[in-house]
Each structure stands twice: as C-alpha cells, then as structure tokens.
Design a protein around this ligand. Structure first.
Ligand code: GAL
Length: 664
C-alpha cells in the first residue's frame, strides 16, 4: 500500500520447507482468514532449492508460491544468500567468513559467508538470477527481499584473505599513493610507515590498537562491500522482475554498515522489530529495565521506525515483528499481553506500510524452538494470533491516516561518526548508541515527532536539527545547515575528527566553527558513578560520562559547578546554534531539550512520562508504556477511533485532532 492508504497491511514469515506439504493450504487459508495479505518465504531455502550443484528442485517452491498466492496472499520472495548450502561451502571453503581472532567461522548455522569473497559474489549472483528468473514475473510474487539481516551475528567485518586483498585495492583507489595513505593514517607515529599497498594488513590481531584511520577505513571498506553485494542482487532482480519493489530487512541499531548507502539501492527499507531483546541489551538502567520489562524501551522501536523511514526514503516495512518471547537474548521475557497489538499500531503511526510477523508457527526443532510464533508448534493460536485479529478488526474502524507530515525536528544519525567513536571511544562510558536514544527519548517525552536524517538529507522545513554525536561533519552538510534557516543543537565531540580521523587543524569543532565560535581544549571521559553539576539559570542539572573544557566567545547557557574548573562553560549558544560540552542525565537532558525547543520556536507538551504520541496525517496515536492508566493529552473536541481518554497500561488510543497547537 502507499502511505496515503488507510490501513496497515499485515503479513507473516512462512517456511514451507519446514512443514509437510499437507499443511500449506490450510495454513494459507488461515492466514487469509486472519486478515493477513502478505507472506515472506525462502530466505533460508537454498539447500532445498539447489540440493546439488546446478541441480534445481523448483517443484516444491512452485507449489508453495502457488498455494499461498491462490489463497489470496502476496508473496515476498527472498534471495537465499544468507545461508549458503553445505555442498557450496565444501566446494569453495574460501567463501567462509573469518572472525577478528583469525578463526574461520564454520558451516552449521547461517550467515557463514564473507562479503569480499569473489567466488561467493558469483554464487550469490547465480542463485539470485535463478530464482528471479523463475519467479520474476510470477503473478503471486509482489516484492523481493535481498538476503537476510546484513550484520546479524556480527558478520559485516570479515578478516579473510579475500577481504585483505579487496581492502588493499579499496585503499589504493581511495588514496592513490602510499604517501597519501601514510599521511592520512599518521604512520610516522610508532614507525608504522608503509612502502606499498600490498604490505597493508587488516586491523586485527595486532599487539596494540591500530591507527584509528586504519580501523575506520576498514569499517568504511566493509560497509562498501555490503552495499555492492546488495546492489548486485537488486540489479539482477530489477532486470528479471520489473515493477516489484525490492527491500532488505535491517536490524535494530546495527551500525556496522551505512544503512543509507545500502538503502539508496532499495525501493523500501524494512526492519526486524524485537523490542524485548532490545531492552535487555539496551541503554536503560536496571531499574528502568525492570520497569519496562514486558513492554520494552519506550523509544527504541520508534527510533528505528523513524530511521528506516529515512533509509527507505519514505517507504518502510516491518519484515519481522516479535510475536512473543524470543530465544536469543540474555534473557527472553514474554511481552505483556497487548504488546503485539501496540507494536503494530506504533509501526503504522510511524509511517510503516506493512507489518509482517515472525513467524507463522513456532518451530518444534532446531535453534529457535523457544521462539514464539502466531501459532504454537501444534498449530493452535498463540497470544499474538489473537492480537493480530484485534488489530484487523480495529483497522476497520480507523479513518484514512494519510501520509506522515515532515517533522519540525530532525535528528542526525551519521554512520562514519559512529565508527569514529567506536574506534576512539576515549573510555568505555561514552556509548553513542545510548546517547542517541537518550536524546531522541527526551524529545519524544515532550510529545515531539522526529525525522531521522543523514548528512545527505534535505533540510528544508526543519526548525531544529539535533546532532548528538556528529563527530565527522561533512562540510557540505554544514553549509546547507547554515543556509537552511534551521537552528541546531550539537552534542559533545561534534566536529572533533576529520574524515581521516585526525584532529582538525583549528581543533574541534572543525567546520562547525562556521556556526558557533568555540574551541575544545580538553576532553575527559568519566566513570558512570560520578556526576557533574551544571547551573543553568536558576536550575541545577546533572551530567555524566563526558566533559569538555571549551574556550568560547559565545554565551554560556549553563556552566559547570564544582571543584574542578568551576564556572567553565557547559552549554553554549548563539542565535543559530547550541553546543553541549557534556552528557546531561535524562531529566536534565529533557530540560535542555525543552529550553532548546522554545528557543527554536517549536511548541512541546509537558513531560509525557510513560506515554508516547505519534501523529500520522490527521490522526494522533497514543501509547502507554507505563504500569498505570494515564490520561492522554487530547483536545476537548477530539474524536476517538480506538481507545479513549484514559489509557490503560499497554493501551493504544487513536483520535482525530484538528487543533494544530496540540497536535504539534
Ligand atoms: C532475526 C532473523 C530471523 C529469526 C529471528 C528470531 O534476526 O532474521 O530469521 O532468526 O531473528 O528472533
């Protein structure tokens, strides 16, 4: 469906190769009866499609596609390259990825391939051509997915001989001469000078850390390898299956490759939503993890929706929605009853066109036996099945949502900047992915809708651009930001590295000096248990983990207070831009954000606590992540389509709201 359409479309991930054929027709009929319209198949089916080299068994997949399609389902067909078969690995062991410690990662699970293996690229292109050739014009096939979750199981960085060879060529193309590389990498330090590109190793198993430029270049190279691997498949599919959109299913918060770059070659960005594991492995304190145990981090899923809407240039799907407990996190708690419904409406509110659940039936064998599905393994409905039925019924009552309007606040997520802080963290307490969610969450608690953008994105229409960790600002972005009329808020470390991971000649913030006049003289990371104090007007704020000493002629909006450099500027600004020289705690960050929104002329609500609001077209959606019922801030004339003014825990309310002051 397009963004203008009125209802969320729903689908499911199905594995015909895992079930006896007698079940297929009944499964398909039950999917349709439930209200599903999409079904994704075959992403791990290579061994069944091609059981021996060049010996294809299409008959079962022909029948599966026909059975599902004839029942009325639109099929999303996948290239099966995330799981090369055993015979292929035996024929060409060089396709296997190599871990950072140098061990070859073996066959027996999935994602056992190296993006740089030319042999594997040929094989991936071959099987993509075969499957797209056979089904490209099949009337039941409506979309394609490339591979499965690039980056899952830590598979972007491979330290194989093929990667080494490709990396050397990549460096040669980037730098031209070895002198230029020596200069960029700072190899005069520790006698690391190279005489030729063929001497360069991958940055693993060294005695100490490599030059940060060496490491970031390897990250850039590995990201480029994913892009070209994906693009090759997309081109084959487009040629053989014209008119069908191509997507890839990304993950929660994986920053090992540049998602925007891969997204340029896709029609739709999809992602896989597993909030329970996301909570357990995420940024919150143990107390908050306990508080949100069965509902997940109230901001993480929305953050990803907003990110993938940008990656898909407006088009976003959920390819795998968690239906119940999963099997792979450090603990695997069940979501509260009602969460599958909430997550489905949350996706829709954030502009998602289609939500597909993972998976139809729980597997009674292999690695994911404890992973829930819509059905239990004996085919009886599980909790999620009932909640999907509820969503389908509710959708009938919902008026046209319309497209999501451009937000007034844009949030910059830049992948090379992430690689920069992973490479030079300057202490383990600086965690860019946590900081990003803290900033995003602070704005969301004030009722804001947010667009996530990259440095390449169009800035027109934004009143405020926030960038919590823009370590490597692109000069073109800085120029466009300056010309845009938007105000900007930068977090610490902004502009602190050049593209080659060096300190700018003028010190940090490098090119951001065009917006704000200051220099960073000293940075320090601080242990989690230590708090800094800031005085902002008549308020005292708390900050943690990172502190900078800056020299500035700009106005100090807040100053550090305490026994170390008492009175030093902590938060500065002029009429165009602001800079935070530290990381405020969540409550203090909210105060900083509220003040900054007012400065930028963006209206906001009082702290929403456990509620979150999202607007899509003429509708406002409210979600309650808290343990108690809460009143939603709907205007008096609001017309409720789902839920009501008092929202129970795990509740969803949707209303039409013509009053622009509350809907902004
Ligand atoms: C995803 C993956 C699926 C399945 C799922 C389990 O990462 O794409 O194939 O393994 O996790 O939660």
């Amino acid at each position: 469906m397009t963004d203008q359409d009125r209802r969320p479309e729903l689908g499911v991930c199905y594995y015909p190769e895992q079930w006896s054929e007698e079940k297929w027709a009944e499964d398909a009929a039950r999917m349709v009866a439930l209200g599903l319209t999409w079904v994704r198949v075959a992403e791990f089916a290579w061994a069944k499609i091609e059981p021996k080299p060049d010996h294809f068994d299409w008959a079962w997949l022909d029948r599966a596609v026909e059975t599902l399609g004839a029942a009325g389902l639109k099929v999303i067909l996948c290239t099966p390259t995330a799981a090369p078969p055993k015979w292929l690995v035996d024929l060409y062991p060089e396709i296997l990825p190599v871990a950072e410690d140098g061990t070859v990662r073996k066959f027996g699970a999935r994602r056992h391939y190296c993006f740089s293996s030319i042999r594997y690229r040929e094989e991936a292109a071959r099987i993509t051509g075969e499957i797209a050739g056979r089904y490209g014009k099949n009337p039941h096939v409506h979309a394609w997915q490339t591979d499965n979750e690039y980056g899952d199981h830590d598979t972007i960085h491979s330290y194989s001989p093929a990667a080494e060879e490709a990396f050397r060529l990549w460096l040669q193309a980037r730098y031209g001469t070895i002198d230029a590389l020596n200069e960029a990498w700072g190899t005069s330090f520790w006698s690391m000078t190279y005489q030729g590109f063929d001497q360069i190793d991958l940055p693993n198993n060294l005695v100490e850390e490599p030059s940060p430029t060496h490491r970031v270049d390897f990250m850039r190279f590995s990201s480029d390898q994913v892009k070209s691997f994906n693009k090759a498949q997309v081109e084959i599919i487009r040629a053989l299956s014209p008119g069908r959109p191509v997507t890839h299913n990304y993950m929660n918060q994986n920053t090992d490759f540049d998602h925007y770059a891969v997204g340029e070659d896709l029609d739709i960005a999809s992602w896989d939503v597993y909030p329970m594991g996301g909570l357990v492995h995420g940024r919150l304190s143990d107390a908050d993890k306990a508080r949100y145990l069965r509902v997940g981090d109230p901001d993480q899923t929305s953050f990803n929706h907003d990110l993938y809407r940008a990656v898909g240039r407006g088009r976003m799907w959920v390819m795998e929605q968690q239906p119940g407990p999963v099997n792979w996190a450090t603990s695997n708690q069940a979501p509260a009853d009602g969460m599958v419904r909430l997550w489905t409406w949350l996706a829709h509110a954030h502009g998602c066109e289609m939500v597909s659940y993972f998976r139809w039936r729980q597997a009674p064998f292999a690695q994911e036996q404890f992973h829930a599905g819509l059905l239990l393994s004996d085919s009886t409905p599980d909790q999620a099945f009932r909640e999907v039925a509820e969503v389908v019924a509710e959708a009938q009552a919902l008026p046209a949502a319309g497209p999501r309007a451009r937000a007034r606040v844009a949030f910059v997520l830049d992948y090379p900047s992430r690689w920069a802080t992973l490479t030079l963290p300057q202490g383990q307490t600086y965690r860019a992915n946590h900081i990003a969610l803290d900033w995003y969450g602070a704005l969301r608690r004030l009722g804001l809708d947010i667009d996530i953008i990259g440095q390449h994105s169009d800035l027109a229409g934004y009143d405020l651009v926030v960038a919590p960790d823009l370590v490597i600002p692109d000069p073109g972005f800085v120029r466009r930001l300056a010309a845009s009329g938007a105000k900007a808020l930068f977090g610490p470390r902004a502009g602190s590295k050049t593209e080659t991971m060096q300190t700018p000649a003028t010190l940090a913030p490098g090119p951001l000096g065009a917006l704000l006049d200051f220099r960073v003289l000293r940075v320090e990371s601080l242990p989690d248990y230590h708090g800094e104090r800031l005085v902002m007007g008549n308020r005292t704020l708390a900050a943690r983990r990172w502190r900078e000493t800056i020299e500035t002629h700009e106005k100090a909006l807040a100053r550090f207070a305490g026994d170390y450099r008492d009175g030093a500027p902590a938060f500065i600004g002029n009429d165009r831009a602001r800079y935070l020289a530290t990381l405020p705690d969540p409550g203090s960050l909210r105060e900083v954000m509220a003040d900054t929104l007012s400065w930028a002329g963006v209206a906001h609500l009082p702290d929403l606590g456990d509620l979150r609001l999202t607007r899509r077209g003429g509708l406002t959606f409210a979600f309650n992540y808290g343990p108690a019922a809460a009143e939603v801030p709907a205007p008096s004339g609001a017309r409720f389509h789902i839920g009501g003014r008092l929202l129970p825990p795990v509740g969803v309310a949707v209303w039409s709201d013509q009053d622009r002051t509350t809907s902004r």
